[in-house]
Design a protein around this ligand. Sequence first.
Ligand code: CS2
Length: 465
Amino acid sequence: MTRPASGIVHLGLGAFFRAFGCVYVADAMAASGGDCGIVGVSLRSPATRDALRSHDWSYASVTLAPEGEDIREINVLNDVLVAPEDPGQVLAAMADPAIKIVSLTVTEKGYCHNPASGALNLDHPDIQADLINPLPVSAPGFLVRALQMRRAAGHPPFTVLSCDNLPDNGKLLRAVVLDLARQIDPDLADWVAEQGRFPSTMVDRITPATTQADVDRIAERTGKPGGAPVLHEPFSQWAIEDDFVNGARPDLAAAGAEMVADVSAHEQMKLRMLNGTHSALAYTGYLAGHDTIAATVADPVFAAFVHRLWAEIMPAVTPPDGVDLNAYADALFARYANPAIQHRTWQIAMDGSQKLPQRLLGTIADNISAGRSVEALSLGVAAWMRYVSGVDEAGQVIDVRDPMAAHLFDISTAQDGVEDKVAALLSVAEVFPTELATQLRTPVTEAAWRLWTLGARKALEEHNG
Ligand code: CS2
């Protein structure tokens, strides 16, 4: 099959970007042409590359609607590289002047920043390695070294397009890249600061992890064994700041993306209303024994709880023009309740130390300074504390996945009483800014008492009143 030539390198080719960005780019090229094929890069494992290679880089994108599933073949990938196997090949792909955009979904922790402050963490082992070795391991390292190659060859920089759930994701990534570039070559940092572009984006599509049973079912339906299908909800929203190097980009508006001057209102609404409640439901739901978000909100106690959360969150959100927050919350509830989506609470519970600040703590800080209630939100924070303490309500060990998991477990288990556990966890400066930690002491301790003594479901029931 002939495909358009590559114009994009994507770092972090997980299920989300294949269920989201790749579909937009395919639609944009179908509508308006352009050479915007994608070279995907896996930063860790070869599994996706191997599964996709046997299907000539095409895969099934499966829409899961309550009324049934719909399968579409996506043919926008031209190659998939595995960074640890050959980082030089990845740099060469990024340095190619035909590449106009390097997009990223590397998850929160992939930015190697301090989650509470947003600054590059120079002590991060991957950053330490990238300061010395010209063959990088971190996403910021790849960006800086590839930009260095382009500058040396006299090519313009590529646009860096962050597609992760972080506030001001483009600004944050720009700061991280400039910090690292400055350590390596201050002139390079100046060049990137002047000529580089890092538009911020708001991305939204619920994408549960694909299971082996999904792979087998889709193979049966398509008649093609193996492969790497992705599953997602029907809904999709992408708001993008229209600020690209030389304006070079696919016609994303033709594919339904919103091209805007400033994406911060979209981002704040989505991170606080969707991701904030997602995390709060994930920790409380998991503790109460609910496996998926749909099962969690099918439980009336949790359905009432999520509405209480939205009632606390909405006053702390300035909606984008023309958006009604109550209608947005209603639509979110229907998306969560979609019975066709098996989105595991355990999946969303991952990496909480990296997610809490932008999902829950910003809202809490705003509410406290405005004198508004933070009772429901505090239950979300306390449930995270209980979760990272490592044992569920049935006494089973929880498989906590978080870059800080061992540290969080150690400091929590070193304390006996709930109050001391809360104090110890609030002192983790990477997550809680000092002033906020002090303000959170009373509401989170109270919430934690209820969670530890009553269990999550009863605690929420009591809170709902
Ligand atoms: C979820 C998100 O896993 C998580 O932490 O909250 O991946 C969420 O499904 C997406 O942001 C929806 O757009």
